[in-house]
Design a protein around this ligand. Structure first.
Ligand code: SAM
Length: 237
């Protein structure tokens, strides 16, 4: 069944945005995923359509009101699949989480604005908090686009070559090896000999060695996890 995506936002015109183009856009028009955006502002109760107020305890900025956000969630969330709030305080998104989301029947994403959402509504709905990295965006919409782009490309039939998902960075706990295409000699820079050899086992070994080297140099955090796994495999024989 196609993945149903619900987005709660103060800026519904953001969507589908870039997800309406390229592979994701084609998949959307083919019905491989569907999108419902909910304008949180329509759940404001006063005549000024107020969605935010100043923080109790003082301080800068505004906070999204729990009653308004609650009404928006209540109107859309079918209790099928996770309810996700994008926030710099959340668990940092990685490919394992992306794969888990891609297997859900439905995803509901809440985009924050201002300083964020009143804590009580997050507690009341037991919302999953997800960050896209250690930096501050001005709203959750861009973070939602990032998360969804990563999820949608994993949906069945979305990526042209289904294998091109498995060989990539992170799927094996390693960064990707260097890529080359024609011309074989570009401004005197030549493609590594082994890639022209047609020898599949040698190509695979070279790529593995390159991927390991790049990961070791650039991402000691990934490398220690990979090295531990590799050692484990070796011990098992
Ligand atoms: N006051 C918050 C703090 O210090 O953590 C930052 C609020 S930010 C200006 C406004 C909204 O942008 C947040 O509620 C969240 O929805 C979204 N946002 C900002 N950075 C994000 C990130 N790294 N990952 C996911 N969402 C983010």
């Amino acid at each position: 069944a196609p993945l149903k995506i619900n987005i709660l936002t103060l800026f519904p015109e953001t969507f589908p945005g870039p997800l309406g183009t390229s592979l994701a856009g084609k998949a959307l028009s083919e019905g491989k995923w569907s999108l419902e955006t909910v304008d949180i502002r329509t759940f404001a109760r006063d005549k000024h359509r107020t969605v935010d107020d100043s923080p109790f305890g003082g301080g800068a900025g505004m906070v999204m009101r729990p009653d308004v956000v609650d009404a928006a969630i209540d109107a859309v969330w079918p209790r099928r699949g996770p309810l996700i709030y994008l926030t710099p305080r959340g668990k940092v998104l990685d490919q394992a989480m992306v794969r888990r989301y891609a297997a859900e029947p439905e995803l509901t994403l809440l985009c924050g604005r201002y300083e964020g959402v009143d804590q009580r509504v997050l507690d009341a709905w037991d919302i999953e908090e997800v960050s896209i990295g250690d930096f501050i965006l001005s709203g959750g919409e861009m973070a939602t686009l990032v998360l969804l782009d990563a999820v949608i490309r994993l949906l069945p039939g979305v990526m042209g070559n289904s294998e091109s998902g498995e060989d990539e960075s992170f799927e094996r706990g390693l960064l990707e090896y260097p890529l080359y295409t024609r011309p074989a000699d570009w401004q005197g820079r030549v493609v590594p000999e082994v890639l022209l050899s047609g020898h599949h086992a040698k190509v695979a070994a070279w790529r593995r060695q390159q991927a390991e080297e790049i990961t070791r140099q650039r991402r000691p955090d990934l490398w220690s996890g990979y090295a531990a796994l590799k050692k484990n495999d070796f011990n098992k024989g």
